[in-house]
Design a protein around this ligand. Structure first.
Ligand code: ADP
Length: 447
């Protein structure tokens, strides 16, 4: 049975994205919000809203009892976690189910395995997915680390098992740097995730970040919807994403897509998922899996015409996938620019009041955002305030459209990354699709 009312346990553009799908499906929506977000657009657009706590995320958007209470008092039958916050918290998914509600996402046990990157790599290998060479499990002593590093070769990267958002990663080019890197990664991970567990991988010199979008239903049907190239990063965080990747051929795309889909079928995975790889010298190496909707999902929607959020809701309501793999067509090219409220020169957050707002429009232009003229961006949350997504029949047309859309875009009077994206379009490497995960930091920002 289709849901009647869904609590969206999130804020900003993603809360609105989920609301839009619900509205088109005739499902009522309940927004939850902190006291800092009472005038946010996701609250204004929802059918109902419930205040769940003070500004700090820990006391509001991460406050499980308050979110469950919002579901109880509004009479909702399901909870959509959005992206970030509680979306990859297996206990939350379980608790939601234990309260007789549906968690719109995968099974708690799948979230749990993939949420621990050490366990995720072990599982990936079992499922036949190739991984970046590295330690078999957690590393606790410097001696262990040296043995592994000597085996796989320097440079190596020390990563947090509970990592996310690019935090808790340290690179070591030599044995002398290694113990420092371990200590730094451990303390950063402890502070950010409450667990200092770390592991080691070979640090790849010039890979691209290629991720495969997966969708599976409760009947064992699993599809892949092509890849997204998210190599343009700063501090291991994505800035711009595109699909198809300029680096893959149709054949390579099909092979890696089929490998990912068949592995997920074996795994018994349901709902949306993204398998992230580093791609270098023709090889793919698994780094992690995200068991949720992804920030950059719109570019996949633009080239496939497939509404990922609607499909995600239908799957959780027990509906089978309506299409088969041979009916998935990749049409044209799409790019997403993450517009952050940040100083484009030093990336310092730039919250504050938006005095003027004029979003771009026209054919092939999509904005997913919760900002408006007069809106005051609170300082407590992620600095992503808008996603500009464009589609073109070819990459060339997509780039031309992106340039004119960025030129139309006005967000005054805060600092944003719009100018950074404009500068990217002036770069020969970007225009030619010639970049890897290190290029933006090593060559573009520091020429
Ligand atoms: P998070 O969960 O914090 O996003 P990921 O494991 O997904 O961490 O990695 C994020 C980014 O860090 C990758 O896209 C890549 O740019 C970089 N990275 C991660 N592992 C490696 C590696 N072994 N070699 C080189 N870069 C890496």
């Amino acid at each position: 049975m289709m849901f009647k009312k869904i609590v969206i346990a999130n804020r900003g553009d993603v809360a609105i994205r989920v609301q839009r799908a619900c509205r088109e499906m005739g499902i009522q929506t309940v927004a939850v919000h902190s006291t800092a977000d009472s005038s946010a657009m996701h609250v204004r657009l929802a059918d109902e809203s419930v205040c769940i706590g003070p500004p700090a995320s820990k006391e509001s958007y991460l406050n499980i009892p308050a979110i469950l209470s919002a579901a109880a008092i509004s009479g909702a039958d399901a909870i959509h976690p959005g992206v970030g916050f509680l979306s990859e918290n297996p206990s939350f998914a379980q608790i939601v189910q234990d309260h007789g509600l549906t968690f719109i996402g995968p099974k708690p046990e799948h979230i749990k395995v993939m949420g621990d990157k050490i366990e995720a790599k072990k599982m990936a290998l079992q499922l036949g997915i190739p991984c970046v060479p590295g330690s078999d499990g957690a590393i606790t002593t410097k001696e262990e680390a040296v043995l592994v590093a000597k085996d796989i070769g320097f440079p190596v990267i020390v990563k947090a098992a509970a990592g996310g958002g690019g935090k808790g990663m340290q690179i070591a080019f030599s044995e002398t740097e290694l113990s420092n890197a371990i200590q730094l990664a451990q303390s950063e991970a402890e502070a950010a995730f409450g667990s200092g567990e770390v592991y080691i991988e070979r640090y790849l010199a010039n890979p691209r970040h290629i991720e495969i979008q997966i969708v599976g239903d409760k009947f064992g049907n699993v599809l892949h919807l092509g890849e997204r190239d998210c190599s343009l990063q700063r501090r291991h965080q994505k800035i711009l994403e595109e699909t198809p990747s300029p680096a893959l051929t149709k054949k390579v795309r099909e092979n890696i897509g089929n490998l990912a889909a068949s592995a997920m079928k074996k795994f018994g995975y349901e709902s949306l998922g993204t398998i992230e790889f580093l791609h270098e010298n023709g090889e793919f190496y698994f780094i992690e899996m995200n068991t949720r909707l992804q920030v950059e999902h719109p570019i996949t929607e633009m080239v496939t015409g497939f509404d990922l959020v609607k499909t995600q809701i239908e799957i959780s309501a027990g509906k089978p996938l309506k299409i088969r793999q041979n009916e998935v067509n990749i049409n044209g090219h799409s790019i997403e620019c993450r517009i952050n409220a940040e100083d484009p020169d030093n990336f310092m957050p730039s919250p504050g009041k938006i005095t003027d707002y004029h979003p771009p429009g026209g054919l092939g232009v999509r904005i997913d955002s919760g900002i408006y003229s007069g809106y005051e961006i609170p300082p407590y949350y992620d600095s992503l305030v808008s996603k500009l997504i464009v589609h073109g029949q070819s990459r060339k047309q997509c780039l031309a459209r992106l340039r004119r859309a960025l030129d139309e875009f006005v967000i005054g009077n805060i600092k944003t990354t719009i100018s950074l994206h404009k500068r990217l379009l002036d770069s020969k490497n970007f225009v030619e699709g010639d970049y890897d995960i290190h290029w933006l930091e090593d060559h573009f920002l520091k020429p």
